[in-house]
Design a binder for this molecule. Sequence first.
Ligand code: HEC
Length: 161
Amino acid sequence: MTIRIPSKLCPAIIVILLAILGAIAYKLIAGGSTTTAEDGRQAIVLAPQERGLILTEMRAFLSGLQGMTDALTREDMKTVAATARSLGRAATHEVPPALMAKLPLGFKQFGLSVHGDFDQIALDAESLGDPKHTLAQMGAVMQKCVACHAAFQLQSAPAAK
Ligand code: HEC
């Protein structure tokens, strides 16, 4: 038996389906699971291992910047480029889709832009070999570290019962 849907209902059904799809897409792209922290920052609520993964990435940022600063004092542009590249966009492929869905759009944009900046720093370090230029780029990227930290916090979700 086939179910016959009155033709007048069809547009309504299409609109409802589109709205549902839109809501799902919004949740995946922009939504994120967040609440407001005591200090007013936006707190992203994650499973403990997801929070751990992001914090591990953060420590890689810090130690990368340390390594780059040290290499710059020796004008070792090869090490600068290699270290910057290890923090580039290729590093974002390790983020699982379920975790991506919990991150608010602003956070993802900040993150992607910082990874992109490190790729650019690597390219310029290779092609220009100018430590002052690299230093200026590092100063600019660190403004984004500061801005993101001012806006967001990470919280661990209580373990599921
Ligand atoms: C997309 C946003 C974002 C960007 C960009 C960002 N961070 Fe973070 N970072 C965070 C958040 C959120 C935390 C957790 C802070 C909290 O919960 O109070 C964090 C934590 C850290 C920590 C602490 C790690 C730990 O183990 O506790 C370090 C170090 C750090 N970030 C370094 C950096 C550096 C260096 C950069 C720039 C190259 C950077 N971050 C860029 C969001 C960001």
